[in-house]
Design a binder for this molecule. Structure first.
Ligand code: BGC
Length: 817
């Protein structure tokens, strides 16, 4: 049984889902009160300091569910929460689950009051049968979670990517058994979740029984009327198609309700010693295997458990064979080799992307945790993206947002460009759905990407903070530009990027207009910018500025393709019926783009009406009233000058060349005091902008908040998944913030400054197929080109040419002057 935790019911977001629309007012009040209480009773974990490990300091029922997120294992395809194998301790919240990224169930959105064009169906990341359950018996004595433990150790080794747990169990008649388990979701065999158990009887001979279960039963049956949480149940999304059992393996095939898809889950055991399999009553919800191992005191006995998952549009019968094949392969390779292969991937990842912070183990630990989580959460095959919560929990229903394009793709571009490309390909594959959505939104041409989705259709049931965020289109173009500038991958532009950028660029002309009321400047009305505490406004500065960037980039690549690949370009233009007049219009709209400016304050108004609004009474808003979205009706918030997250300030960073330092400083000084940072996407951007404008103290403070957001559970909802955009943001704060890294049309630029708290920091980055190691010390920066013959970059104003293997030392200057 699970104790109701209100924070899952109130996702940190306005884009609340469908059923919420029909919830009674009473239920709202109960939920809101509950959420406020959870804020007051947030429990933090004091993580022992270790550069390469996340060590569980010990069981605590209040933080157990949160640690299930932190100790989740994943590989981009599947993710499984760090629940205890033996079950959840009594009186403890738990949210068990194994999820498949990009695989989802569909549910009709029920609106109390619907309207034309509202999103019709919601997608939910698929929760599949969990197979982590292992029950251990000695003389029919069953070990119960936490009760029978005399010792309990758990840690994630970030250098190997393996989660280890060691427990010592004690029966009532004092028999002691040590159980060590190692678990990972394989990075080389992405359908596999592998666990190896090592049993050591410490003071007895005899036998142990192990009951292993692959189950559709859930341990987190929530005692709540909240319909959204209920929807996360397996039963509501899966329908059993077939059930297979033999001596060693078990397989369940389910059809995913309301979709043509099926999913298969299977398990297999392998041991170094003979074991006997005892028949067990299994039903279609529980496939049980009971193994008996004869043991001698002091000897080690290993048992490997492989779980395989696969999904497909194929017929379900094939799927069964597919997963059983995966299991057969796993047992042929064996746990040891599978884990070595997995670790090799982790090692090469660090060789490509590691960030080193000298002098602060806690921050070092946190940045590594964030980077590793991103690596394990990102879809790697072009068919899936990265969800806002990774594959670590049910938060945000596994949806993909602009988080991918503005935060995660830039990070991946400079660390693992192949995965940045993979995420872009995922967007490309849903371009047709974006075209359909544009039509549905009454646009004659072009494509409109959904604000939140898994399968490509708009799933946001709350349009003011959903569909109205048209800036998602510019985010896609920005990500393509970022990837292209850093990789020179012109083939990508020809095959995919060009089409995506053109089709999405078209929409600005559909949406905006040359307004006679504003000197015929190009205006965009009724949109929502990144700040979700201000909705459906005219001329959101961020949206207009990003639309301008988007249109100019579209013109740039149209010219480039015309020159470098005329045939492909012609073919594409014919296909999407694009002509020169339209491109000329893009240029004119960009050139005439209206960007709000207030002469008196010398700031950029967030939109046409923002500055005239009433100020928010911050002084009389107590701590427990944050996040505001949980405590005030959206309209109350919309009427005030109050921000959820960086908006104008984000534009200052993303479009850095467009604005001077004075404007950046003024905008920061104006907007930061009225920003709540209620979204985890906010603090990192402030860190970058404070670093750029020379306020290193504030930059450091915002960075520290960002990098430990999940380990500190500072937003009190990490129990339902990590915050992937914020995690990428912590890297952005270091590299784009402290190191001042920018990639412009004219190349790579750095203007580093060292936070006074650190003796030095260094990072590896990928640029145009080359790896550069950059170490920032107080007075100088050391550049080392690790591969590739040479590379030029600009350090402050100085041009530098790096030669492979030769360290270049350049003196630092003061930034933000
Ligand atoms: C933020 C959005 C973000 C979403 C998912 C919301 O709280 O306001 O900008 O896309 O979370 O991370």
């Amino acid at each position: 049984m699970r104790f109701y935790n209100p924070s899952i019911t109130l996702l940190n977001y306005f884009a609340i889902d469908c059923k919420k629309c029909i919830m009674s007012l009473n239920l709202y009040l109960i939920l809101y009160l509950g959420a406020a209480l959870s804020q007051l009773h947030a429990h933090k974990v004091d993580w022992p300091l270790d550069e390469w490990k996340i060590i569980d300091p010990g069981f605590n029922s209040k933080t157990h569910e949160f640690k299930e997120t932190i100790f989740a294992v994943a590989n981009g395809y599947l993710g499984s929460r760090g629940t205890f194998d033996e079950g959840t301790p009594a009186n403890t919240n738990s949210c068990s689950g194994t999820y498949l990224n990009g695989v989802y169930s569909k549910h009709a959105i029920e609106y109390g009051e619907s309207a034309y064009g509202f999103a019709k169906e919601n997608h939910q990341i698929l929760k599949v049968p969990d197979g982590k359950d292992i029950k251990i018996f000695i003389d029919e004595f069953e070990f119960k979670a936490q009760l029978d433990h005399v010792d309990n150790e758990r840690y994630l080794d970030m250098s190997t990517g393996i989660l280890t747990r060691v427990i010592i169990l004690k029966t009532q008649n004092n028999k002691l058994l040590s159980v060590k388990s190692n678990r990972f979701a394989s990075l080389t065999h992405s359908n596999l979740l592998c666990t190896e158990y090592e049993f050591t009887p410490l003071n007895f001979d005899g036998h142990i029984n192990i009951q292993s279960v692959l189950s559709t039963e859930e341990h987190n049956s929530i005692e709540s009327d909240d319909p959204r949480v209920a929807e996360l149940s397996l039963a509501s999304s899966l329908e059993l198609y077939s059930h297979y059992n033999d001596e060693l393996s078990t397989c369940l095939v389910h059809k995913i309700k309301n979709t043509p898809q099926s999913v298969a889950s299977a398990m297999l055991h392998q041991s170094c010693v003979n074991f006997t399999v005892e028949p067990q009553a299994s039903d279609e919800n529980n496939s049980k295997t009971r193994l008996k191992i004869n043991v001698e005191q002091g000897k080690k006995y290993t048992l490997s458990k492989y779980l395989a998952y696969a999904d497909s549009l194929d017929n379900a019968q094939n799927l069964q064979n597919t997963v059983l094949e995966y299991l057969k392969k796993a047992s042929e390779i064996g746990f040891k080799e599978l884990s070595q292969l997995h670790t090799q991937k982790i090692v090469s990842f660090w060789q490509q992307a590691d960030v080193k912070i000298e002098g602060d183990i806690s921050l070092q630990q946190a940045i590594r945790f964030n980077q590793l989580s991103l690596f394990l959460s990102v879809g790697k095959d072009g068919k899936r993206n990265i969800s806002a919560k990774g594959i670590t929990g049910p938060g945000y229903e596994g949806h993909y947002f602009w988080d991918s394009e503005i935060y995660i793709i830039p990070y991946l571009t400079y660390t693992q460009p192949e995965y940045a490309k993979s995420l872009l390909l995922h967007r490309y594959h849903s371009l047709n759905k974006a075209r359909d959505r544009a039509k549905e939104m009454s646009h004659d041409t072009g494509a409109l990407y959904p604000w939140r989705t898994i399968g490509g259709e708009e799933c946001s049931a709350f349009f003011p903070a959903g569909t109205a965020q048209y800036h998602i289109n510019a985010a896609v173009a920005y990500a393509v530009r970022c990837y292209y500038r850093a990789t020179d991958d012109f083939d990508f532009i020809c095959q995919f990027g060009g089409e995506m950028v053109f089709e999405t660029a078209r929409l600005w002309l559909e949406l905006g207009h040359f307004s006679s009321y504003k000197n015929n400047q190009f205006c965009i009305d009724a949109v929502t910018g990144p700040d979700e505490y201000t909705a459906v406004v005219n001329n959101n500065f961020y949206t207009n500025a990003m639309a301008k960037m988007h249109l100019l980039f579209a013109v740039e690549i149209a010219q480039l393709m015309q020159n470098k690949a005329p045939k492909i370009y012609k073919h594409l233009c014919e296909n999407i019926k694009l002509d020169e007049n339209e491109i000329t219009l893009w240029f004119t709209a960009a050139d005439e783009m209206y960007l709000p400016h207030d002469e008196t304050l010398n700031i950029s108004p967030q939109d046409d009406g923002f500055l005239a609004k009433k100020s928010w009474d911050f002084k009389n808003t107590p701590k427990e009233k944050y996040p505001l979205l949980l405590n005030f009706h959206p309209l109350v918030i919309y009427r005030h000058k109050v921000l959820k997250q960086a908006d104008v300030v984000l534009a200052m960073y993303l479009l850095d060349e467009e604005f001077d330092i004075e404007l950046k400083k003024n905008n920061l000084a104006y907007y930061e005091p009225i920003t709540t940072h209620d979204s985890t996407l906010s603090t990192c951007i402030h860190a970058v902008e404070y670093a750029e404008t020379g306020d290193s103290e504030r930059a450091f403070d915002f960075f520290s908040q960002t990098v430990k957001m999940d380990l500190d559970n500072s937003h009190n909802n990490t129990e339902h998944g990590v915050h992937t955009a914020c995690m990428a943001g912590s890297w952005i704060a270091i590299v784009n913030g402290f190191a001042g890294m920018r990639v412009r049309k004219t190349g790579l630029f750095l203007s580093p400054s060292l936070p006074k708290e650190w003796p030095s920091f260094s990072f590896l980055m990928q640029f145009q197929g080359k790896t550069i190691e950059i170490e920032i010390c107080k007075n100088d920066t050391k550049y080392l080109l690790k591969n590739g013959s040479e590379l030029s970059l600009t350090h402050f104003n100085q041009k530098i040419i790096l030669k492979e293997g030769i360290k270049h030392i350049a003196l630092n200057q003061t930034t933000g002057a």
